[in-house]
Design a protein around this ligand. Sequence first.
Ligand SMILES: [Zn+2]
Length: 131
Amino acid sequence: MDIGVLRRDGRTDPFFDGTAAGRLVVRRCEACDRWFAPDASGCPGCGEEELGWAEASGAATLVTWTILPKEPPAFLALVELAEGPWLHARLDGVERADLREGLALRAAFEHPDEGESYVLFRPWTERGSVR
Ligand SMILES: [Zn+2]
């Protein structure tokens, strides 16, 4: 599915360096041990303006989703990382009937020929990827 070509903007370099290496790197406030989305600009907990970057586990759950009426249909989701932050990302390897709030997901990475690598999420069980 084509989601357009992603370009880095300077602020998000660590995020895209991470996706290129198959790692989900998000913002983290060291002072209060809280995690934030890659586009977060500061910590509302302690007022820290320079958030660090840290690798998240890749475990997530489905919060909500939109189905784009294409062929095949595309699934755009809002997921909650195990560490807390919410991310917008594509779902992969899902059927309409699989979708439910709280569905266990794992991060996976796409490396398109053009533009930046990006993260998507696939259903996940204790035994590994569902599909
Ligand atoms: Zn903080």
